[in-house]
Design a protein. Structure first.
Length: 302
């Protein structure tokens, strides 16, 4: 007499979804290839229910999980993408989330997984970083979504900024600095990484609040001034238009220089000397007024 064998991976897909959200076990999809394929291709609503269940289970057992925050907790899962996070917010079982401007609640912690894979694109033929490269679009979504508490860009002692500098991901660096990331974290490690890359523009971007863009705007203004002078030497009508443009408040007003984010130290100067980054050494000594110690002076004289 033949008996049909009843196996977990032979169950209907809908029942496997229910088992997955009930078990809340990360090891279940690894039981066999069939389960892994079924759960991986599950609808976003199933993944959303799984993330909500994982948070509620952790929050019921630990006060630290509740203090960490719902969004911060589920962002740690590689499963949590933009589409699944939107499905979480649409779910009727989604836990209550504090308002974005509630300063008494914990901010959203950015997980390391978002930045761990960032690597330099210095080799010839590699595509440069753009505004559309991840995780930048996802970070914009987190910042703009009304149900996501304000993000903590200095999570894990400035891990995001340090990895972005290591990869020379300039659009991401600008975004993080604009949203409160501090290069002072972990002994100004991000600045040290920029020095070791021998990148003066990155060093300027981290130290100065105006950043390298100020120098670009200054050069553009000088070029525009020369062009207006040439126009004024020609046709009288064009010269009058050029002079009217010069009198505009936006062109004549000077922007006040902002204070630096980081104070240049002797250790930074010593690192630049060791790396033979001469343009950075000159920038530290002449523009920032950093005085080298005796050991650095001896290294510079070699």
């Amino acid at each position: 007499m033949n008996h049909s064998e009843l196996r977990l991976d032979h169950l209907p897909v809908e029942l496997l979804y229910e088992i997955h959200t009930f078990a809340l076990s990360p090891a279940l999809p690894l039981a066999c290839k069939r389960l892994h394929a079924v759960i991986k291709s599950a609808p976003t609503a199933v993944h959303a229910d799984y993330l909500i269940g994982c948070y509620e289970e952790a929050a019921a057992q630990s006060a630290s999980a509740r203090a960490f925050g719902f969004v911060s907790r589920i962002l740690r899962f590689p499963l949590c993408t933009r589409g699944i996070l939107e499905a979480v917010f649409r779910s009727p079982t989604c836990p209550s989330i504090p308002a974005k401007d509630d300063i008494q609640k914990a901010a959203t912690v950015l997980p390391r997984r978002l930045f761990r894979s960032l690597a330099p694109r210095d080799d010839p033929g590699q595509r440069p970083w753009t505004e559309d490269d991840e995780p930048l679009p996802f970070l914009r979504f987190l910042c703009e979504h009304e149900r996501v508490p304000s993000i903590l860009t200095d999570s894990y002692e400035g891990y995001a900024l340090t990895r972005a500098v290591y990869a020379a991901f300039t659009p991401l660096i600008r975004f993080l600095l604009a949203h409160g990331a501090s290069p002072e974290c972990k002994g100004a490690l991000a600045v040290t990484v920029a020095i070791r890359r021998k990148s003066l523009p990155l060093v300027r971007m981290l130290i100065e609040r105006d950043g390298p863009q100020a120098y670009v705007e200054k050069a553009a203004a000088q070029t525009g001034s020369k062009k207006r002078k040439r126009l004024s030497a020609g046709d009288s009508h064009k010269g009058a238009c050029a002079s009217s443009d010069d009198s505009g408040p936006s062109r004549g007003a000077k922007r006040r220089k902002l204070g630096d984010r980081v104070v240049v130290t002797q250790d930074m100067l010593k690192t630049a000397v060791k790396c033979d980054a001469r343009d950075i050494v000159e920038y530290f000594t002449k523009e920032k007024g950093c005085v080298p110690d005796m050991q650095t002076v001896l290294m510079m004289s070699r």
